[in-house]
Design a protein around this ligand. Structure first.
Ligand SMILES: [Zn+2]
Length: 349
């Protein structure tokens, strides 16, 4: 029951449900996957199923325990998340004290460690002791993005469950249902979310549209050229923005370039194709007219080179190359095939 609300991840749900049905639930799971992909929601569902009063149930949703879990108010369900940058040793000590008590409701106890890859060194050592000698009828669910950041001694005591990303259509469908987005907006947000529904659902659509306006302006400026306006633009773009946000801009830029490619490609292949047919495939359908103007100035191979340049910029910024400088150089390369090829080469060095 509790698992019905989890989108996708069929193999994970099957694995957990089989463990519950056969009552062979390992005392510690480690859920690994991208941010917003559904690990936390699955951990909550698993916790509910473990605490449900209806024996053999997967979380009936009706009993007192299930209702408490749904409200986040079950006394035997503990969730620990980083306090600031890390999960601190004091938090682990409090958890250990609570788990040392008898279960309030007489059943199992569940502890979820969110962002377990941010366990501090001391906290990890203390937590390891609990994992080695777990209190009776206690289940741990550790949730993390980066398995390599966890001590091997912790990982080796857990059953690792990997969460893949969801197909973009799946995420788009969810956005249409839960946020009432129109088809094009749902496709755009799904495209940006990299298959993580949690990220997609949390999107601030106005902010995203502002960022998209900037992306279109960026491409125009790249075509019109002029070093000084380019430098001013990328300076403004990166000033006060965290690297994550600049990367989000670059990802959005790539989706806009993808639409340009579609517009150029279709123009070169079938000049007679009605525009409405094409619009269905555009991620930025609401900016189709503006993108059409830009596409009209470009040949297919130029857009391909621009897209390659954008992906190279993303790669460089992810590797901590100076974001403003990276965007400066991309802008000044414009739509020049030679300059873009050199740019890509430099970015990947
Ligand atoms: Zn129940």
């Amino acid at each position: 029951m509790a698992f019905e609300t989890i989108l996708g991840h069929e193999h994970v749900k099957q694995l957990l449900e089989a463990a519950l049905r056969t009552r062979r639930v390992p005392h510690a799971y480690l859920f690994v996957g991208a941010r917003g992909v559904g690990k936390h929601a699955t951990a909550l569902a698993m916790g509910q199923a473990l605490l449900c009063e209806e024996r053999g149930s997967l979380g009936c949703g009706r009993c007192d325990a299930c209702r408490r879990c749904a409200r986040g108010a079950h006394p035997d369900f503990h969730v620990v998340a980083p306090d600031g940058q890390q999960i601190k040793i004091e938090q682990i000590r409090i958890l250990q004290d609570r788990l040392g008590l008898r279960a309030f409701c007489g059943g199992a106890k569940v502890a979820v460690l969110d962002e377990a890859d941010r366990l501090g060194t001391e906290a990890a050592a203390a937590f390891l002791k609990t994992l080695e000698e777990p209190p009776e009828a206690t289940h741990f669910i550790l949730v993390c993005q980066n398995l390599a950041a966890l001590p091997l001694t912790v990982v080796s005591r857990c059953q690792v469950v990997r969460f893949g990303t969801l197909a973009a259509e799946h995420v788009a469908q969810l956005l249409r249902q839960r946020r009432q987005f129109d088809a094009a907006t749902a496709r755009l947000v799904a495209g940006l979310s990299a298959g993580c529904p949690g990220q997609a659902l949390a999107v601030d659509i106005e902010r995203l549209r502002d960022l998209r306006r900037l992306a279109v302006a960026f491409l125009r400026l790249g075509l019109d050229g002029g070093a000084l306006p380019c430098f001013e633009f990328s300076e403004q773009l990166t000033r006060g923005r965290a690297r994550e946000e600049v990367l989000e801009f670059v990802d959005l830029l790539a989706l806009v370039a993808r639409d340009l490619l579609l517009l150029c490609g279709s123009r070169e292949r079938s000049a007679g194709e009605p525009e409405s047919a094409l619009r269905r495939f555009l991620l930025n359908a609401d900016a189709a007219a503006e993108l059409g103007e830009i596409a009209a100035r470009l040949r297919n191979e130029q857009v391909e080179a621009i897209l390659a340049g954008i992906l190279a910029a993303s790669h460089a910024i992810r590797r901590n190359v100076h974001a403003q400088l990276t965007l400066d150089l991309l802008l000044t390369a414009g739509a020049d095939l030679q300059a873009l090829a050199e740019y890509c080469h430099a970015c990947r060095r």
